[in-house]
Design a protein. Structure first.
Length: 594
């Protein structure tokens, strides 16, 4: 929807312009036809070359730009019809070269009775492969913001969308591109095939591309000519933009029914069906002042929509094959949105969606996430969620919380459940043939802010029970590992820790106070932790833990006395504690091998 933009709302305006691409392309071309059709209608027998040059001359005078046209023909056999082939409109001089609009073929049908009064009401218009290139440069200048000089064509304009009195642009010598894009609502029928739209914003470094869109639309005027009803279908099989994940198909279909008010230039959509990537939504919307939009209010609603079609639109990656992903369930809910172009207010939206019988998982892994019901609430800068009847690998699962403030996300999430550790093997290198069994239990809440992750508060309990792990790179497997942690505001308590590896049996209890950020990111300059723990090792066999010395070092080792610290009747016990500001890393230098 072409319109003047301010720096503050350029992003929202760009999207609005792009989504109105079909309407823009058919109607801006109508302005060209208006300027020349009077001449053609009264000069049927002029040579085609003269007609073509006259169209180019008047189009360049009206638009103030270079215009090229390969061929033109005019026929009255099946009703007055004008056909243009190879039409190209170029950018203004202050923009780099290239075309603004190009159209392979344009056909316009004219109504006979208005033509006798020198009023040109289009019965139909058809465009084949229009390409529209909208451009905003670094200075904020737009290649689509200019006035169209109607000249003598102004007297030939249809009034009030085709009526004989009143009108949006009647009597004007010039009209803006906004008026050009919306005023010729006298089309009884219009069609666009294989259209492309490219919007480039140099000031924001962004691009929005719509490929191969199509449009069919019809206008039915009321008796007073001041209002009417427009119905039609818009199909957009491909959209590429920064806010759409790369390689993710974005397919849109819109079957619309709208009321048109030419006096107040309002559009009201009702009984409209929007289909997004195969998911249908019922849509109602109001556009205030469609020539120069003031605001858009929209409401979408959907009921019991199957989620399985979404599988076709999931992107593939190196870590997984989307064909192995399993998604099923139903979606219901509604969302409201308001965009105010006349102010700097952030677009407002809110809504609530409910997923029922939601199942997520992989075909090749037994682990599944299931929710009997998952409520998702949407607010302008917040999303909240709460599950009911959840399961993870047929064990209880509960998730609830919210994420807000998208510029620097705040999160408050609580997670409770049991997880089969074998499900984690999909994220490990498959070439090493990992073996992983055991269970993890958790009842944990996390609250914090992304930029201040080191201040995040973690509360709750998490444990690992009877874990076994092995892969091709290990000489021996980790036979058993048990761990139970209690998370407190400024500490982590190790309630229990047990590891069993060939030649080693060890257990540990204690706590880590403060300094968790240092453990996660040692080079981040964070405060070092306070450790307080007791380690017990009833068996430690160094012959298994330490690698065999190279041959050249064996002679040195031969003279060393033998030390046997393994004893089945004794238990080696070590107690250690450290308090700030002691640097434990300078005292504890021996690595621990599990």
């Amino acid at each position: 929807m072409p319109s003047k933009e301010s720096n503050s709302n350029s992003g929202s305006k760009a999207k609005a312009e792009a989504t109105s691409s079909g309407c823009f392309s058919r109607l801006i071309i109508a302005v060209i036809v208006i300027g020349v059709v009077g001449y053609i209608a009264t000069n049927f027998f002029f040579p085609a070359e003269r007609v073509r040059s006259e169209i180019v001359r008047q189009a360049e005078e009206a638009l103030g730009r270079t215009v090229e046209l390969d061929d033109v023909s005019f026929s009255i056999i099946s009703g007055p019809e004008l056909e243009l082939k190879g039409l190209r409109i170029y950018n203004p001089e202050n923009f780099p070269g290239g075309t603004f609009i190009s159209i392979d073929k344009l056909n316009c049908g004219l109504k006979i009775l208005p033509l006798l009064k020198k009023q040109f009401v289009f019965s139909q218009i058809s465009l084949e492969h229009p390409v529209i290139r909208l451009h905003k440069n670094r200075n904020g200048d737009l290649n689509y913001d200019f006035e169209v000089k109607l000249g003598n064509a102004a007297s030939h304009l249809p009034k009030a969308g085709g009526a004989d009195d009143g009108g949006v642009v009647a009597g004007k010598e010039t009209i803006t591109t906004e008026e050009a894009a919306f005023s010729p609502f006298a089309f009884d029928w219009a069609e666009i095939n294989h259209g492309d739209l490219i919007y480039v914003d140099d000031s924001a470094g962004s691009e929005f591309v719509v490929n191969n869109f199509s449009l069919e639309t019809r206008l039915i005027l009321d008796s007073d000519g001041l209002s009417g009803r427009s119905i039609g279908k818009l199909k957009i099989p491909s959209i590429k933009a920064e806010f759409i994940p790369e390689n993710l198909p974005f397919n849109v279909e819109l079957s619309y029914n709208s009321e048109v008010d030419f006096v107040h230039t309002d559009l009201v959509f009702s009984k409209t069906r929007l289909t997004l990537n195969g998911i249908p939504f019922d849509l109602s919307a109001t556009i205030r002042n469609f020539i120069n939009p003031i605001s858009i209010f929209a409401k979408v609603h959907t009921t019991d929509v199957s989620l399985e079609p979404l599988l076709a639109y999931l992107p593939s990656s190196e870590s997984y094959d989307r064909k192995s992903v399993r998604i099923s369930g139903n979606l219901s809910g509604e969302m409201e949105a308001r965009i105010e172009f006349s102010s700097d207010r952030t677009p407002y939206f809110s809504g609530n969606f409910v997923f029922e019988d939601l199942l997520l998982g992989y075909q090749t892994i037994a682990s599944r996430i299931y929710f009997e019901k998952l409520d998702v609430g949407l607010e302008p800068d917040k999303v909240s969620f709460n599950s009911h009847g959840g399961q993870l690998s047929e064990q209880p699962l509960k998730i609830a919380g919210s994420i807000s403030s998208w510029d620097d996300p705040l999160y408050d999430v609580a997670l409770t459940g049991v997880y089969d550790l074998s499900g984690a093997t999909i994220w490990l290198d498959s070439n090493l043939h990992h073996e992983l069994t055991g269970q993890s239990r958790f009842d944990v809440g996390v609250k914090g802010q992304q930029s201040k992750w080191y201040d995040a508060v973690i509360l709750g309990v998490a444990s690992i029970d009877s874990m076994y792990y092995n892969n091709d790179s290990l000489t021996s497997p980790l036979e058993r590992f048990d761990l139970r942690l209690t998370f407190k505001k400024n500490s982590i308590v190790v309630d229990s820790f047990y590891a069993q590896y060939p030649g080693v049996q060890a257990s540990l209890t204690g706590s880590i106070k403060n300094g968790l950020a240092h453990l996660i990111k040692p080079d981040g300059g964070f405060k070092k932790p306070y450790l307080d723990f007791v380690l017990k090792a009833p068996m430690v066999n160094y012959d298994l833990l330490l690698p065999t010395l190279p041959d050249e070092e064996n002679k040195i080792a031969e003279n060393r006395p033998e030390v046997n610290i393994q004893s089945p009747d004794e238990t080696a016990s070590t107690e250690y504690s450290s308090a700030p500001p002691t640097d434990i890393y300078n005292k504890v230098t021996a690595p621990i091998f599990l």
